[in-house]
Design a protein around this ligand. Structure first.
Ligand code: HEC
Ligand code: HEC
Ligand code: HEC
Ligand code: HEC
Ligand code: HEC
Ligand code: HEC
Length: 252
């Protein structure tokens, strides 16, 4: 072992033993987080500005209080990425994509309301966030509200489907995922808490194998690049900064 790798493994060992929190600062560079009201907000501009209208604002927090992820990302077939789904404004008027709800019945219709969507403002309606969040269970990062606890308390009851009733998920095992390194408290993966938001095939087989500890390259480096857990836990679900929510043994 060279002097350098020796020093690095000693450093990692010291970090692992004495300060897991410090490990986040030293080993992992976490992306900077936006304001809580803006976490999960996106601007869609695949075609909008090229057609002379402003980019479309969309906020996850307002929508997920009313609908689970699966409604949009399974039933309505939006990609879990920005500017990928080929949404045309004609589709919307025909009742597809945003138009499945923005039809004047479930939510405002396109006609006469262009500026509610085409405003180019990633903070659109951000001023409503403090009133929305004030009595909700607090969390440290992301929207700074604990969405899982809100579900347990019944403070939000998002719809599971619009038209096609999905089968009830019966597999609710919580998995303990031991890290590849010694002394790192294992990560937990609770199926139950995920099943209420997403379908099995959001994760299996594309993100994870259906057998514990068989997914290749399943490490924090990759997760922090937006793969595996980071697919959702960097953008919409609580972010990777919340070490102890996934590694309960990392309590400070
Ligand atoms: C009302 C519809 C709707 C709901 C509900 C919804 N999403 Fe989305 N989501 C979208 C749309 C629209 C996009 C952008 C798609 C595009 O531009 O191709 C998106 C994009 C995303 C992205 C990519 C974001 C980025 O910044 O790269 C992730 C991750 C995501 N959603 C996860 C979730 C999760 C997790 C939930 C449930 C907690 C959820 N979504 C609920 C409509 C929704
Ligand atoms: C419910 C939200 C919503 C409303 C309301 C809305 N749009 Fe859109 N519109 C979108 C989305 C999403 C796209 C796709 C944007 C992209 O991918 O860049 C889009 C795309 C467009 C485009 C780009 C070309 C095309 O057809 O795809 C034009 C032009 C447009 N909208 C005009 C309008 C006008 C005019 C109104 C008001 C009559 C309006 N939109 C109302 C969501 C909306
Ligand atoms: C599954 C149903 C559903 C889909 C799909 C959906 N919305 Fe909404 N949206 C709602 C409801 C319900 C509201 C709140 C009621 C209202 O404002 O009319 C809302 C509100 C909004 C608002 C008002 C501000 C806010 O956040 O409360 C905007 C902007 C918006 N949606 C944009 C979009 C865009 C853009 C899309 C497509 C990319 C979309 N929505 C897809 C149901 C939906
Ligand atoms: C949010 C992502 C996600 C969803 C949704 C999900 N799983 Fe999993 N599942 C995982 C992960 C992560 C593993 C462990 C993979 C690994 O360690 O390589 C796993 C493992 C499993 C295993 C193996 C368990 C064992 O002890 O070896 C089964 C069986 C399974 N899932 C079934 C399901 C079923 C059925 C559903 C739908 C009801 C579902 N999963 C939904 C992420 C998910
Ligand atoms: C497809 C999206 C998605 C993926 C992939 C995903 N999660 Fe989640 N996870 C969620 C959502 C949505 C919640 C609800 C809480 C929130 O939104 O902040 C959640 C909640 C959790 C919770 C909190 C449960 C509770 O009871 O408080 C833990 C722990 C968790 N996830 C761990 C993981 C781990 C570990 C992985 C990777 C093996 C993973 N998740 C992958 C979407 C996802
Ligand atoms: C969304 C859940 C989640 C969060 C948040 C999270 N981790 Fe992890 N972590 C995991 C998973 C899953 C693994 C891999 C377990 C396995 O190998 O099966 C892991 C593995 C690790 C490992 C072992 C090395 C490796 O790359 O596999 C270390 C060290 C670690 N995490 C530290 C942290 C620190 C420090 C934080 C906070 C900055 C953190 N984790 C936040 C889910 C998470």
């Amino acid at each position: 072992m060279s002097y350098r790798t020796g020093a690095i493994s000693l450093l990692l060992f010291v970090i692992a033993v004495f300060s897991v929190k410090a490990a986040s600062a030293v080993v992992y560079s976490l992306p900077e987080l936006p304001e809580p009201s803006r976490y999960g907000n996106i601007l869609i501009d695949r075609t909008a500005t090229a057609h002379g209208v402003k980019a479309v604002s969309f906020s996850h927090w307002t929508h997920r209080t009313r609908f689970t992820c699966r409604v949009c990302h399974e039933e309505l077939e939006f990609d879990m990425a920005v500017g990928v789904t080929e949404i045309g404004c004609d589709d919307i008027k025909d009742g597809r994509y945003c138009g499945a709800c923005h039809n004047g019945k479930l939510a405002f219709k396109p006609e006469g309301n262009c500026v509610y969507c085409h405003n180019g403002d990633i903070d659109f309606r951000g001023e409503d966030f403090p009133a929305f969040s004030q009595d909700l269970p607090p969390d440290e990062f992301g929207n700074q509200i604990d969405w899982s606890e809100m579900m347990r308390r019944g403070q939000v009851q998002p719809r599971r489907y619009l038209n096609e009733k999905p089968p009830v998920a019966t597999f609710d095992k919580s998995l303990t995922l031991e890290a590849a390194w010694g002394r790192i408290p294992p990560a937990v993966f609770p199926h139950k808490e995920h099943n209420q938001w997403v379908d099995c095939d959001t994760c299996h087989p594309d993100l994870f194998n259906i057998k514990k500890k068989t997914t290749e390259h399943f490490s924090m480096d990759r997760i922090l690049k937006g793969e595996f857990c980071g697919y959702c836990h960097m953008k919409v679900a609580f972010p990777m900064n919340a070490c102890e929510r996934c590694h309960p043994g990392m309590k400070r």
